[in-house]
Ligand binder design. Structure first.
Ligand code: CP
Length: 337
């Protein structure tokens, strides 16, 4: 399957994802250090990163290609992303020139631009990412946008396969976790979809006011219908955790007060007990795993004893970012293309 774009797991059939995961495992076991010889990946980071930044560069080196990174912290001329404005401020370059120029140097492009969290409708429509996507005529990878994080989802699916966490009948609990700030919806939305597409019985557990948007839930329900899984949402944490194979924690914004940081902060100030800790696993399956995409604030979203304990697979997930992305790059620029 040649890839022109990697934006949303929902764009693929289950069999396509399985083929990518099989390729990722093959490249992990049987290195192909010349597969992308002479190929260049252009990486535009308009939002911060540790894993995505390093795993894409490592992936390109392992496949024999190269990459370059552009971010606002570098000595570029600033990058204006708003349309129709007079550029008399700090930024001396507009994305309408900057993005195609960056793309012209690569054989494929990766873009990261987080939600600006002022309008839920704009973020659900991935407005800012899509404006840049329209400027790129090369194969394109979404490295996390307002509502997508397909590379994280691919890695998490691979991790669960390797741990023999069941698909059909596997209970996946996506839990809201406490954080002092309102964080984007990309990871919870993408993770929900991934687990539903994998055929799992997914429960989203969150306090009132942090419901995932109906469009996100409906899309995941459609994926579950095709895969044989199920999707539901609750605020009853005790009931949600019973029998879980996986607790996947993520911090996210209030959807009731989206874009209103004061109201969001007020709603979350009493919710500090949504910190994953050992008692959360009292009624899960004994072998229940703890997952998180990272970065995570220790003692805030999760306790040290969970992160350092045998249930935690967060490093395994992070490593699988690289193997999964190698499969994507191979299908975009290598023999698979
Ligand atoms: N999980 C993830 O995307 O990590 P980074 O933000 O560090 O890239």
């Amino acid at each position: 399957m040649a890839l022109k774009e990697f934006n949303d797991l929902a764009d693929f059939r289950i069999a396509d994802v399985e083929a990518l995961l099989a390729l990722a495992t093959r490249l992990q076991r049987q290195p192909e250090p010349q597969a992308l010889a002479g190929k260049v990946l252009a990486l535009l980071f308009l939002s911060p990163s540790l894993r995505t930044l390093s795993s894409f560069q490592a992936a390109m080196v392992r496949l024999g290609g190269g990459s370059f990174v552009i971010s606002p912290e570098m000595s570029i001329h600033g990058l204006e992303t708003r349309s129709g404005i007079v550029m008399d401020g700090a930024a001396a370059e507009h994305m309408r020139e900057g993005v195609p120029v960056i793309a012209s140097y690569g054989d494929a492009v990766g873009i990261r631009v987080f939600a600006n969290r002022s309008s839920l409708a704009d973020d659900l429509a991935d407005k800012e990412y899509n404006a840049m996507r329209a400027l790129v005529k090369k194969p394109l990878i979404n490295m996390e946008s307002a509502i997508q994080h397909p590379c994280q989802s691919l890695a998490d699916w691979k991790t669960m396969d390797e741990l023999a966490i069941p698909r059909r009948g596997g209970k996946f609990v996506l839990s809201w976790a406490w954080h002092p700030k309102a964080l984007p919806l990309a990871v919870p939305s993408a993770t929900l979809h991934m687990a539903a597409m994998r055929g799992m019985d997914v429960t989203v557990v969150r306090p009132a006011g942090f419901e995932l948007p109906p469009a996100v839930m409906d899309k995941a329900r459609q994926a579950a219908t095709l895969s044989g899984g199920s999707v539901r949402e609750t605020s009853d944490r005790r009931e949600a955790l019973e029998g879980a194979h996986v607790i996947y924690a993520k911090e996210w914004s209030s959807t009731r007060h989206y874009g209103d940081r004061v109201a969001d902060a007020k709603l979350r100030e009493e919710l500090q007990d949504w910190r994953v800790d050992d008692p959360w696993f009292a009624t899960t399956r004994p072998d229940c795993r703890f997952m998180h995409c990272l970065p995570v604030r220790r003692g805030v979203a999760v306790t040290d004893r969970v992160l350092d304990g045998p249930r935690s697979v967060v490093i395994h997930e992070a490593e699988n970012r690289m193997w999964g992305q190698m499969a994507v790059l191979y299908q975009m620029m290598g023999p698979g293309a």
